[in-house]
Ligand binder design. Structure first.
Ligand code: HEC
Ligand code: HEC
Ligand SMILES: [Ca+2]
Ligand SMILES: [Ca+2]
Ligand SMILES: [Ca+2]
Length: 442
């Protein structure tokens, strides 16, 4: 889809990206920003791509939507034998989230369960340890003639609490049950982690923030004593056979969008590639398709904020800083050099430091991933968040989609974020509403 008709002509990028300057439009994605608040808001190509790059992006769009089928087939073969879903966009709906839905529908399900054994040998240095018969991910679908590895069911327990002023709220805690193909429940010794698909726009910018900038934000031993100790995940880079800074996935366990896409083809769809080949070294996916799907996720535009003149939004933005959300949801990052010009040297407002933080026992999944402990997650970027349920009604928040709205997402925070969460919980109702209005303006 071309967005040029919707764009403001941005003569002066630098003078338009002011955070906290009343009435100044903060261009969340720098020159890759689009002005659109519709259900297609996550699906525009970055407006500053060259013609050639736009062509590649549009090819990638086709790859992202391609439904794979079981072999033999002439178009998009290679699905399975076991898989979770058959196309990228069946999970990342309109380039956004997927619903927190498990189950055996014929089309596949968006929710993934990653697993690992508590001891044994990792596939790649420092990585999680495969579970015999399941590997690192539960594929709950299979092509005709094959058997899904397991059946995944999702139920919720209610948890109630009160705001400081006595107003009650109810949260829902997910309970995942996994039944193996042989009818047995998955052993409790297996570490498992349910994940919803996160949105895929703006990611090229996050890929281009220099490692050093992230290391500078990190404070692994909490040297400055503010209770916040973000750290960098260090993960395996397959093509280079070395360790790199992790950026993608809810635990920052993938270093690049190319590897993230290849992992999705291999694990989520059962389609092998040069980065994730069959045992005999052969593979199903053309390198060109892999590259263009990854390019697509590198070059989707970021939607601009809205309602900047709204006094509630302005008050909420100040509260977001005051109660300490910005300690992790860092407002501004700068991208470095990159061969895709559109992504280079941009001042962006993703509201993330891309670091791992311990956000408490209630959110813990028990499954470590490289340096990420059971309690640690990557600070979720908040840009475009106000559109999550415009793009996909009933979209859930947090890694497993348990939060039905923004307030619930905040109330689940603990660990390093306990103090900020408590500050929010004990705000007067009008200030809580203002903070939520700010989040909805993103
Ligand atoms: C079965 C559903 C499913 C399918 C199919 C799927 N994804 Fe995902 N995707 C996910 C989930 C779940 C995550 C989060 C994974 C994690 O945290 O480990 C994710 C994460 C991502 C991310 C990282 C986003 C971020 O913010 O870090 C990218 C990029 C991505 N997927 C691209 C793709 C591409 C490209 C395809 C198709 C080749 C694809 N996905 C297919 C479910 C899916
Ligand atoms: C210590 C770091 C830290 C602080 C402080 C913090 N957060 Fe978070 N936030 C995170 C992490 C990590 C996640 C991802 C957690 C998960 O998915 O389980 C997250 C997720 C979220 C989400 C859900 C986003 C999504 O895509 O699903 C929202 C909304 C949010 N935070 C808002 C806030 C607000 C508002 C505050 C201040 C009251 C705050 N956070 C303070 C680290 C932090
Ligand atoms: Ca296959
Ligand atoms: Ca598996
Ligand atoms: Ca600190």
């Amino acid at each position: 889809m071309r967005a040029s008709s919707l764009l403001l002509v941005l003569g002066c990028t630098a003078c338009l990206d002011g955070i906290g300057e009343p009435g100044v439009l903060p261009l969340a994605g720098g020159a890759t920003t689009v002005i659109d608040r519709s259900s297609n808001a996550y699906s525009f190509p970055a407006p500053n791509l060259s013609d050639e790059e736009l062509d590649l992006h549009l090819e990638g769009d086709v790859a992202f939507e391609a439904v794979f089928v079981s072999p033999p087939a002439t178009i998009n073969p290679g699905l399975g034998p076991v898989f979770n879903n058959s196309a990228c966009n069946r999970c990342h709906v309109r380039d956004g989230r997927g619903l927190p839905v498990a189950g055996q529908g014929p089309l596949g399900s968006p929710l993934l369960v990653r697993v690992s054994a508590s001891d044994g040998k990792a596939v790649v240095p420092g990585g999680p340890v495969p579970v015999p018969g399941l590997g690192l991910q539960v594929q709950d679908h299979a092509i005709f003639g094959a058997t899904p590895e397991a059946q995944v069911e999702l139920a919720y327990d209610e948890v109630s609490g009160r705001y400081g002023d006595g107003e009650p709220y109810t949260l829902r805690r997910p309970r995942i049950s996994i039944t193996l193909a042989n009818g047995e429940p998955l052993s409790a010794a297996v570490l498992s982690s349910a994940r919803i698909p996160p949105p895929v726009f703006g990611l090229g910018l996050l890929e281009v923030v220099p490692d050093d900038a992230l290391r500078e934000l990190a404070d692994p031993q909490d040297g400055d004593g503010d209770g916040i100790s973000g750290r960098v995940n260090e993960v395996w880079h397959r093509a280079e056979s070395t360790t790199r800074v992790g950026r993608f996935g809810w635990k920052a366990s993938e270093p690049t969008l190319l590897q993230q896409a290849a992992a999705a083809y291999a694990n989520d769809m059962g389609v092998t590639s040069s980065l994730f080949p069959e045992e005999d070294g052969s593979y199903e996916l053309a390198l060109e398709t892999l590259t263009s799907a990854a390019f697509y996720t590198q070059t989707l535009a970021v939607p601009a904020r809205t309602a900047l003149e709204d006094p509630d939004v302005q008050q909420g933005e100040a509260l977001f800083v005051d109660v300490g959300c910005v300690a992790c949801h860092v407002e501004t990052l700068e991208t470095g050099e990159h061969e895709i010009d559109a992504l280079a040297q941009q001042r962006i407002h993703a509201y993330s430091d891309l670091l791992l933080h311990d956000v408490g026992f209630d959110l813990a999944d028990g499954r470590t991933d490289y340096f990420a402990s059971a309690m640690e997650w990557r600070t979720a970027p908040l840009w475009g968040l106000g559109l999550a349920q415009t793009v996909l009604p009933y979209a859930g928040l947090l890694h497993d989609g348990r939060a039905r709205d923004l307030a619930e997402a905040i109330l689940w925070h603990g660990g390093e974020a306990e103090r900020a969460k408590e500050a929010f919980r004990t705000l007067p109702a009008s200030e809580r509403a203002a903070l939520l209005a700010f989040l909805r303006s993103l």
